[in-house]
Design a protein around this ligand. Sequence first.
Ligand SMILES: Nc1ncnc2c1ncn2[C@@H]1O[C@H](COP(=O)(O)OP(=O)(O)OP(=O)(O)O)[C@@H](O)[C@H]1O
Ligand SMILES: [Mg+2]
Length: 346
Amino acid sequence: MSIIGGVGDFFGLDIGTSALRMVQLKGSGPVKTLARYGMMPLDSKLAYSDARADQQKLATAIKDFLSQSGVSTKNVAVGLPSSKVFTTVVDIDRLAPSELAKTIQYQADALIPTPLAESKIDWALLGDSPKDRTKVEVLLSSVPNEFIEKRLDMLEGIGLNVIAFEPDSMAMTRSIVPIGQNAAEMVLDIGSRATDLVITMNGGARLTRSIPTGTESIVRSAVQNLNIEEQQAEQFVFKFGLSQDKLEGQIYNAIVGTVDLLIGEIEKSIKFFQTRYGGTKIERIIVTGGASTLPEFPLYVANKFGMAVEIGNAWRNIAFPPDKQNELLSVSNHFAVAAGLAERQE
Ligand SMILES: Nc1ncnc2c1ncn2[C@@H]1O[C@H](COP(=O)(O)OP(=O)(O)OP(=O)(O)O)[C@@H](O)[C@H]1O
Ligand SMILES: [Mg+2]
């Protein structure tokens, strides 16, 4: 633990479906400086496979990646894929903090999908319940112990010291949503396999969920509907996206059905949020992740919901030399989770 900075040295690690990513910051205070960052493509089988051989390969890949990136500490904050994390917002009686902790422990078993004895739970007090004046609102999350233990074994096995596990959605919210933003905003991280959706308000996540649609299923719909090879489908999808006037709208027509499935799920979440919070307006949608740069995707979302849609900047709370600007912005949509993990105030 450094005495002057007040913060121990550590780095953020995102074990994504398509790549490993790390971010390490230096300095102290609210805006730290980028010390190093890195990305290494990953065979998309590895991140989700439970097979021992695949876990071994993943461990070796992480080890190689970290020695290449020149990271100067063993301390790491690691993201948890949202597919493994269950999150819910619950109303709990207004109690003294010590009583509240006990009550949540006691009630958790009925609120989470896995048995309490086999789960690691975590919670954060959000504020007053919008439904009941005698209650407070608590964000509760749980992860199966088995997943955490396996990850921990793997990371310790390559000499790392895990200082925190944090759900990807929480980490990416930290890097993407401006500090002090009280209005309701939605963040969408559209990754390879899944889209993480978070609605924040008054500095906290009020709704978070993972939707099993991402770039893989969008590319797959192009493969199937146009009867082309995957590699070509990927090129077309990322080159033409949702523009209707390119290739006579063939790409648009091939993928719009899958995109609309995602839009339908987003719409459900907006309705759910507004029902709970008395119609509170969501001010804008911020998109990040692989699909956020699909041509005309942000515009498509904006038109569907009549809301402002912006592309998020993973580096918004981080200082870096101006000559790095272009390089960093070109990969910004892949770094929201790693940057958010690195921004944790330990
Ligand atoms: N210009 C591009 N050309 C081809 N593919 C692209 C392009 N930009 C992004 N992608 C695709 O986006 C995906 C990566 O997105 P992202 O970095 O958000 O995923 P991830 O974090 O690895 O996945 P997840 O969050 O689901 O674990 C990859 O599947 C990649 O093929
Ligand atoms: Mg991701």
